[in-house]
Design a protein around this ligand. Structure first.
Ligand SMILES: *[C@@H]1O[C@H](CO)[C@@H](O)[C@H](O)[C@H]1NC(C)=O
Ligand SMILES: *[C@@H]1O[C@H](CO)[C@@H](O)[C@H](O)[C@H]1NC(C)=O
Ligand SMILES: *[C@@H]1O[C@H](CO)[C@@H](O)[C@H](O)[C@H]1NC(C)=O
Length: 331
């Protein structure tokens, strides 16, 4: 009689643990912050160099910072704007200052040379040598017209091709409501050939493209559409080459998309309901199936939500426009 009751108690305890210790609570325990320098905000995305050092991140005052470990923290690595005045720019985070100070969003290292490629909303596609410093502008427009607002990039390491997107000028307003209500479709996907320095327009008519990721087999690129709330796929190879289709629809506003080592993609998604913004990360496989969902709402209680989830060495690095840290979650 007694044995049975102890067994039953243990059984019920196991059930209780299963029900009450959800993965979200476990994630919570494994959360840490890489703090940015004083008064520095908006680490939209992250990148790691060929040695795995970093993260590097572009922030709201126009600088690209490099994380140098817990003792040193972040230091200035590069700047994009040729007009940047340090005394006026350091510590700012507003769209007016960003016109002069620069606003680097997308970062990607080309491992063959160690150079860092940067997409800056106001200063186009740039490159900076492995030691950092002032970045060099490569492309600032297409067909005689300046870009609207450059956001993300991804690099084909084999072929030396940079895929990058122009979100459309409406993004210069920095007003989430205005951007979504505009229903803008002037977004475009481009490629830049590092060898020939040639720029090619691949796809136009995108509705608020903000993230781009090359598939592991480099047969296609995925583009998140902020306004249309979906992920579009542009085919580079095969029978459908040069055409695009809808890869998957998203419940909420998707931001950056980053490929994992195994070929899945993490997508940062935010959803505003009754003045609260929920921040979710979803890992989607190459067929568009959601494999994993992580809820970052408790750690990112901000109006804009999160902008990126990137997996690196068993950790998730989470970016955000309003915060002064990069969140790190152990997987
Ligand atoms: C953003 O745009 C919306 C819609 O156009 C407007 O109602 C709102 O006041 C704007 N917000 C700010 C902070 O300018
Ligand atoms: C795709 O477009 C490129 C030029 O951008 C062209 O060279 C190529 O032949 C096209 N491929 C197909 C399958 O249409
Ligand atoms: C995420 O967490 C927030 C706050 O804890 C909660 O309100 C929300 O319902 C959760 N969302 C999902 C999709 O789990």
């Amino acid at each position: 009689m007694k044995m049975v009751s102890i067994t039953k108690t243990i059984f019920l305890l196991q059930i209780w643990i299963l029900v009450n210790v959800s993965p979200y609570q476990l994630v919570h325990c494994k959360f840490s912050r890489l703090e940015l320098p004083f008064r520095t905000f908006g680490p939209d995305s992250t990148a790691f160099d060929a040695k795995g050092d970093g993260p590097y991140t572009g922030v709201g005052d126009g600088r690209v910072l490099k994380y140098q470990g817990p003792n040193i923290g972040f230091t200035e690595f590069a700047i994009t704007s040729p007009n940047r005045i340090k005394a006026r720019c350091d510590g700012t985070n507003d769209p007016i200052s960003q016109r002069m100070c620069g606003r680097p969003y997308g970062l990607g290292f080309y491992f063959k040379t160690g150079d860092l490629y940067i997409t800056d909303a106001y200063y186009g596609l740039l490159v900076v040598r492995p030691s950092g410093g002032q970045a060099t502008q490569l492309v600032t427009g297409f067909d005689g017209k300046p870009f609207g607002f450059l956001d993300s990039l991804d690099i084909d390491q084999e072929k030396g091709i940079v895929y990058f997107i122009d979100s459309g000028a409406i993004f210069k307003t920095s007003n989430r409501t205005k951007i979504v209500e505009s229903r803008d479709t002037s977004g475009r996907l481009f490629k830049y050939d590092i060898g020939t320095k040639q720029v090619t327009l691949l796809l136009s008519g995108l509705s608020g493209p903000v993230g781009v990721a090359l598939s592991k087999d480099s047969s296609n690129v995925l583009i998140t559409e902020y306004i249309a709330q979906r992920i579009r796929r542009f085919w580079l190879k095969g029978a459908k080459a040069n055409s695009s289709d809808v890869f998957t629809n998203v419940e909420g506003i998707p931001d950056n998309i980053k490929r994992t080592v195994l070929g899945d993609f993490w997508v940062a998604i935010s959803n505003t309901k009754q003045h609260t913004t929920f921040s979710i990360g979803q890992r989607i496989n190459q067929f568009g199936k959601v494999m994993e969902t992580r809820n970052f709402t408790d750690q990112y209680n901000t109006p804009n939500g999160i902008t990126e989830v990137q997996e690196h060495n068993g950790r998730l690095y989470v970016g955000c426009l309003d915060q002064n840290f990069i969140g790190v979650f152990r997987v």
